[in-house]
Design a protein around this ligand. Structure first.
Ligand code: NAD
Length: 455
């Protein structure tokens, strides 16, 4: 997680630049469109929503899902948009937009993270909510899918300001949440501390309710293993795939795009298996060292406020070139749309393990498959977070705590099972892993909705 800056005159100026009015957002989009295709290192112009819809449609075609059912299973059940006016330390009231979108609850309470990022908008949250519906079904945990977000530049704000935004957001959406209704979790720029504030705010109205959010601190009934779970889950699925690809984790090289929660945990766990990180980036830049970059030392260095580009154990490279570094495994763990038609053909990895949500556009997906890159898709690869969120919720409901080994063992069982189910379905139906994953997810949601009598 990026360090927050103390607000001084200069950073207030920066913050106002990203504190976008609807008009500014529209102007930025129009300008981006006029530039045409995205350049390497930038996000694609195709939206997360278009990416998820594309893959949903392929699976729906394969399942011969009728048009009326497609509408039911594509459109969200409930969308809440709220205004979050917060006085920041520049003395001005800044008005942010907050969203909570509940996509489908046929299989259980809605579940999904909350993202604080200036680029959050309703379409992005819709895409991520729908992705959660398929992800919880693929992992076979008893949840539906939801997502939330606030379009604030959390990594440029003081902690006290982030706290104000988090509490105000909870006050405005609590009516649609609840431990048997909708349970948020961390996502980009939100962490265990933000979850603690959300839980505390909910508790003011409803009494102490730990099961209202997951990804909480250990001191507040969080689960052991939750912080590492998404990165660990990525490594579990890679290990399951590796023997079929002729790879051994002990001889594997890898690169990571985005050294936050997911990326840094995936890297540290890969390193425990003997794999070597040869390149890595975050929002501040990228570095490379073919002899290996120590994942633990880099994590500690960044956590203490160090700038990735000044890390001594590697040389700085252009972030646009990260994608072209030769390696066995590439782990995108930043934002959506980072692998697109403008850079996919430069990739030199054998396996893409999608830690981020929607990192690969459909055109890039095709380019990579034509290059025989084996893609372990986001809906399966990064499900570890929601699986351990499920464990945390179960522990909270029972007021009981499992030890970390138990959590990690159970996570491994679920991730391996999901990988096996999806890969055997892919073989049976002649599909790639992503198509098969969506197929399995949609099928389970449709079955639950039919059995309930929804459709
Ligand atoms: P995070 O905020 O902890 O980390 C994000 C990282 O990406 C940071 O290191 C940031 O510096 C970096 N980044 C941002 N823009 C970048 C750019 N242009 N180039 C390179 N790096 C950039 O967030 P996270 O929780 O690790 O989430 C990362 C991704 O994983 C997101 O797509 C999220 O939706 C997905 N995900 C997260 C979880 C979870 O449990 N946290 C679960 C499933 C999926």
């Amino acid at each position: 997680m990026a360090e927050t800056k103390t607000v001084d005159d200069e950073s207030v100026g920066e913050r106002e630049e990203v504190d976008k009015s609807p008009q500014a957002v529209e102007e930025a989009k129009a300008e981006a469109e006029s530039r045409g295709e995205a350049k390497p290192g930038q996000r694609a112009e195709v939206s997360n929503l278009e990416i998820v819809r594309h893959y949903f449609n392929i699976a729906a075609d394969h399942l011969k899902l009728a048009d009326d059912l497609r509408t039911v299973f594509w459109t969200p059940y409930r969308e809440v948009t709220v205004q979050i006016p917060v006085r920041l330390s520049d003395g001005k009231i800044h008005v942010f937009s907050g969203y909570r979108i509940q996509h489908n609850g046929a299989r259980g309470p809605y579940k999904g993270g909350i993202r604080f990022h200036p680029e959050v908008d309703v379409d992005e949250v819709r895409a991520l909510a729908s992705l959660m519906t398929w992800k919880t079904a693929i992992a076979n945990v008893p949840y539906g899918g939801a997502k939330g977000g606030v379009n604030c530049p959390a990594d440029k704000l003081e902690q006290s300001e982030v706290q104000k935004i988090a509490r105000s957001f909870m006050d405005k959406i609590e009516k649609v949440l609840g431990p048997t209704r909708d349970i948020p979790a961390p996502d980009v720029n939100t962490n265990a501390q933000v979850m603690a504030w959300l839980m505390d705010e909910y508790g003011k109205l409803h009494g102490h309710t730990p099961a209202i959010v997951t990804g909480k601190p250990i001191a507040l009934e969080g689960s052991f293993g939750r912080d590492a779970a998404t990165g660990r889950g990525c490594v579990f699925v890679f290990r399951e795939a590796a023997p079929h690809l002729g790879l051994s984790p002990a001889d594997t090289t890898f690169a990571v795009q985005g050294y936050g929660n997911v990326g840094s945990w995936a890297a540290r766990i890969m390193q425990q298996l003997g794999s070597k990180m040869v390149a890595v980036s975050d929002v501040n830049g990228a570095i490379r060292n073919d002899a290996g970059i120590d994942a633990n030392a880099l994590h500690d260095y960044i956590n203490k406020g160090g700038l990735i580009t000044e890390y001594e154990g590697a040389e700085e490279i252009d972030p646009e070139d990260l994608i072209a570094v030769p390696c066995d495994v590439f782990i995108p763990a930043a934002l959506g749309g980072m692998i697109h038609e403008g850079n996919a053909d430069r990739m030199q990895c054998k396996v893409l393990v999608e830690g981020a949500n929607s990192p690969t556009t459909p055109v890039a997906d095709k380019i990579l498959r034509d290059k025989d890159v084996y893609i372990i898709p986001d809906v399966m690869a990064n499900a570890g977070g929601v699986v351990v969120s499920y464990f945390e919720w179960v522990q909270n409901l029972q007021h009981f705590r499992w030890d970390e080994r138990e959590v990690n063992d159970k996570l491994g069982n679920i991730m391996r099972r999901a990988y096996r189910e999806v890969s055997s379905r892919a073989k049976e139906e002649g599909l790639d892993l992503r198509e098969a994953a969506y197929l399995v997810g949609i099928e389970r949601v449709v079955e639950a909705a039919r059995t309930r009598g929804y459709v």
